[in-house]
Design a protein around this ligand. Structure first.
Ligand code: SF4
Ligand code: SF4
Length: 148
């Protein structure tokens, strides 16, 4: 009898631990690499630290011509200043989601000011898995961006 009570307590504790662990592991917005900004040309190559505007080249995607109006998922805002002391990784365009179009939430089909409808849908449809901050800015961007 006593063993049965102890076993139930043990099981309840394990279930609680499991639920807490799963809650802590919900997918957050950082999984989509959402990057906030107010910069007009944000997330386009022209404002990326890896864009060589003189040669129309990207430091990490060799072999293709790149324009200021292009973009990819490896973007980081900053001024181009290639260092000889750094060995830059190399990618194929498809490995980093290279695109020739305007990005940012303001150009995204999922955007409905001030929120991301994709994030809202994922939270609502899969609440066990997603806990995404749905408030985004027009000039923010993430790797799930799609054209309107
Ligand atoms: S292709 Fe990507 S990494 Fe290269 S300059 Fe453009 S945004 Fe930056
Ligand atoms: S609106 Fe588009 S770009 Fe903005 S966070 Fe949502 S999916 Fe990403």
């Amino acid at each position: 009898m006593r063993e049965g009570v102890e076993a139930r307590k043990w099981l309840a504790r394990r279930q609680l631990e499991w639920r807490l662990r799963r809650k802590a592991m919900k997918i957050k917005r950082d999984a989509f690499l959402y990057y906030d900004s107010t910069l007009p040309q944000f997330a386009q190559c022209g404002t990326c630290w890896l864009f060589n505007a003189r040669q129309n080249r990207c430091a990490v995607i060799p072999g293709i011509m790149v324009e200021a109006s292009d973009s990819c998922g490896y973007y980081a805002q900053g001024a181009f200043n290639l260092s000889r002391d750094i060995t830059y990784p190399k990618f194929k365009p498809e490995e980093v989601g290279f695109v020739k179009r305007k990005v940012r939430c303001e150009n995204c089909d999922h955007y409905s000011e001030p929120k991301c409808m994709l994030f809202e849908m994922l939270n609502t449809t899969f609440p066990r898995y997603f806990d995404l901050d749905i408030n985004v800015r027009p000039r923010g961007c993430c790797n799930a961006q799609v054209p309107k």
